[in-house]
Design a protein around this ligand. Structure first.
Ligand code: XMP
Length: 509
């Protein structure tokens, strides 16, 4: 651990990753460990780089027989500790305090009256917070004092100055807690004394040195999709090893309009092979309408093409992937062997006999940090802010039988949706067109038309797991509809998809 580090022990809260992101936003490196991790061995003294510890929230009760295991050795390391929700209750329970079910379970907003504490430096007398708990601290351990209370929660925050331990019953990591960022900054900077040595400029410098040491004079190949992750991974590798990075971009004929040209232009200084495999994909997909078959064919075809291309770089020993930190964090695994590290394959199921070792320069980063890194490396803003685009591309947005002609129709409609939505800067997660295999009657000029329909999908989402429909002004929707119907031959009707996820999904297939 070269950087000053704050560790978060994960007791199973949905919000644990958010804690780590908030700490990193303070410029302090933060890692998540499962709650049953062993503390670094004392004796030789705590590792110099560890400056603070956060105990996350979680769904359990500390007094349950099967409560998550926790090694109290963590509390003897002598670094400041912040317990959040379950973590606060654990601090109390582990040190002689008492935790009980609260009179009323509390989920949602609350006003906390705060006391004099380094944790609340810069706050007013009262602050708006977000609570989510069934238990609460009924009696504090010796040496602790309450530093915050609400009408229903007499110990909404506590501290022991001598032990440098702090507890919050509410969640400072969520945006609904007004002063949450200030409180976390007070903890990591003020109390832990972290300098804030985690910057993207520093990250680039370190990673470049690390990649050079790792790769030596070897060669690396990289499947460049044009998406944010693979683009940033390629950019940092290029910074490190220049022409010894070989990027392969596969045009599968399922890309948006202009995408291939944009990638070729943006990465013109790279050793970039653009493989035009659209014929091969389209003939494999011709007439296929089943969504799962489409995906399977596309996945397999991609792997075969990529493998063949990779063979041209005979000497390459490394395969770069844009794996991110959320993909590699080990989730709490104390409940049994089923929970393991989630393995995420960007290139998807490449056979092990390719004999390539993985190089994953982004595996310490969250998505928003990847964007910062991309900016630091000089990628274009449009590349950095690009919407997620599914691997199977337009195939999963062209419902029904796939054909080159129907893909042309969809690509043209989609280009209009992009052109109209982009300048509005609506902060969309995704906005795109879907071609439906439904024909309806229309009238154009004096002629009857009988053509397919197009759906517009536009959603807001934080991570793609849930999504809500974007409230696009009707004037914009009708302009898009008019343009599509007038300019795209093959579509005579446009509808707006108003389904949330769940129960619908974002993509239609
Ligand atoms: P759904 O349709 O499941 O999509 O609500 C959630 C998010 O994931 C993207 N998506 C994919 N991304 N390969 C990808 O790289 C895929 O096969 C794939 N399928 C869906 C989708 O665009 C949305 O952002």
């Amino acid at each position: 651990m070269a950087h000053q580090t704050v560790l978060v022990l994960d007791f199973g809260s949905q919000l644990t990753q958010l804690i780590a992101r908030r700490v990193r936003e303070c410029g302090v490196y933060c890692e998540i460990l499962p709650c049953n991790a062993a503390p670094p061995r004392s004796g030789a003294g705590r590792p110099e780089a560890l400056v603070g510890l956060v105990l996350s929230g979680g769904p359990s009760s500390v007094y349950e027989a099967d409560a998550p295991p926790f090694d109290r050795g963590w509390l003897a390391l002598g670094v400041p500790v912040l317990g959040i929700c379950y973590g606060m209750q654990l601090l109390a329970h582990a040190q002689g305090g008492e935790v009980r079910p609260a009179g009323a379970r509390e989920f949602g907003p609350a006003e906390v009256r705060v006391g004099d504490s380094a944790l609340f430096h810069g706050l007013g007398a009262e602050t708006h917070v977000w609570m989510s708990h069934g238990d609460q601290v009924a009696r504090m351990p010796e040496g602790f004092v309450a530093i915050g209370h609400t009408d229903t929660c007499p110990v909404a925050a506590f501290e022991s100055r001598s032990r440098q331990q702090f507890g919050l019953q509410f969640h400072p990591e969520v945006t609904h807690t007004r002063d949450g960022v200030t409180i976390l900054r007070n903890f990591v900077k003020g109390i832990c004394g972290a300098r804030g040595d985690w910057t993207m400029a520093g990250f680039v410098e370190e990673q470049v040195a690390k990649i050079r040491a790792q790769v030596g004079d070897g060669e690396v190949i990289c499947a460049l999709s044009g998406g944010v992750d693979s683009s940033v991974a390629a950019a940092i590798l290029h910074r490190a090893i220049g022409p010894r990075l070989h990027c392969i971009f596969v045009d599968n004929g399922l890309l948006r309009r202009g995408e291939r040209e944009a990638v070729a232009a943006e990465f013109r200084d790279f050793d970039l092979t653009v493989v035009d495999a659209s014929e091969r994909f389209l003939s494999a997909l011709h007439g296929v309408s089943d969504p799962e078959r489409k995906r399977k064919i596309i996945g397999e075809t991609f792997i075969r093409i990529f493998e063949a291309e990779a063979r041209r770089f005979d000497g390459a020993r490394w395969l770069a992937q844009g794996t991110l930190y959320p993909d590699v964090i080990e989730s709490v695994s104390f409940r049994g062997p089923s929970a393991t590290i989630k393995s995420h394959h960007n290139v998807g199921g490449l056979p092990p006999d390719m004999a390539l070792s993985l190089i994953e320069p982004l595996r310490e980063l969250f998505k928003d940090e990847v964007r910062l890194l991309g900016r630091e490396l000089g990628l274009s803003e449009s590349r950095i802010q690009r919407q997620p685009f599914p691997g199977p591309g337009l195939a999963v947005r062209c419902l029904g039988d796939l054909s080159a002609e129907r893909l042309r129709v969809l690509r043209e409609a989609d280009a209009i949706v992009q052109a109209e939505l982009e300048p509005l800067d609506l902060g969309l997660w995704q906005g795109f067109a879907v071609l439906l295999p439904v024909r309806s009657v229309g009238v154009m000029g004096d002629a009857r038309t009988y053509e397919e329909a197009c759906a517009i999908r536009a959603v807001h989402s934080a991570d793609g797991m849930t999504a809500h429909v974007a409230d696009i002004p009707m004037a914009v929707l009708t302009r898009i509809a008019n343009r599509i119907i007038n300019e795209v031959r093959g579509i005579n009707r446009v509808v707006y998809d108003v389904s949330t996820k769940p129960p619908s999904t974002i993509e239609w297939e």
